[in-house]
Each structure stands twice: as structure tokens, then as C-alpha cells.
Design a protein. Sequence first.
Length: 166
Amino acid sequence: MKKFLPIIWILVGALLLSFIGVKNHPSQEHRMVIVKHKPSFKLEYYSPIGDSKKLLEELSPEEQKEEILYRTFIKRSESHTIDNIALAFFQVGIYLIVLNLLKLIFFRRKYRFKLGRFISLNVIGLAVAMAVYQIYWTKDLELWMALLGQVILNLMLIFPRLRKNS
């Protein structure tokens, strides 16, 4: 039972992360973080057709798959939520995963949940995520670098607050 609850929280964090996607439009040099309408662990979506007049049948099978995913998650008739809610899902998902992995791997002591600590750490993480997203959106920052930076930030915020058994 001790290890069951952290595993559940890791799965909840992964589920939150699965609702986040990045719309990448290379021809317009535009990237946007969105909340997807259904979970998928694919993060970046781009259209191989773009602004060209190609048909779906003219693409290679791999490009056809990418275009179908782009149409499924990005080009929908319904509106989709962008930016801040997606970044909040991103931060809380990473926080839950990092916290519970640290509890499972390094610490045996029961971690007491404190609402103030949860809110303050996630507000700091969200502020950094918003700053990194602005860099990611305007400059040529790779997605894996943004993810790694957020994981390292969460490690630095959480690790000092966990204590080993004496």
C-alpha cells in the first residue's frame, strides 16, 4: 500500500501531461502549447502539407500519419484551450511525477501533503514555465530542453523539502 499511492499519483501526472500538445507551424515559424481534447503521448504536431496544395494521397505513409494526427488534434472545428491552462497541466503533471518518483526511489518516510507548499511550489514552477514558454515560442529552443529544465526546477524545489529517515 505504501508504494501503491505514489504510483497512482505518477499515473495522474502522466495523464495530465498526455492532454498537452504543441502545435508547430514551421512555414509561419509559430509554435503554440494547447490542451488536447483527448489524451495522447505525442507532444509535437506539425502538418507536412502546410500551406502547399498537396493532397493527403501524395504524401509518404509516415507523412500521411503525421497529417492525420495534426488534423485530429489541431485542425478541429471545436475551439481548443491554449497556453496558460496547458502550462498549468504541464507544471502540475511534472510536479506529481517528480515528487512521487523521489518518494519511491530515495525516501521511505511518509510525505505530508501541505496545501500551501503545493500551491507555492507550483506557482513558482508555473512562472518559470511561462518564461520558458515565451523563449520556446519566440526563439529556437528545443522541446526536450524545455521539459528537462522544468524537471530540474521541480527537483530543486522538492528535494530539500523531503527528508530521509534517521
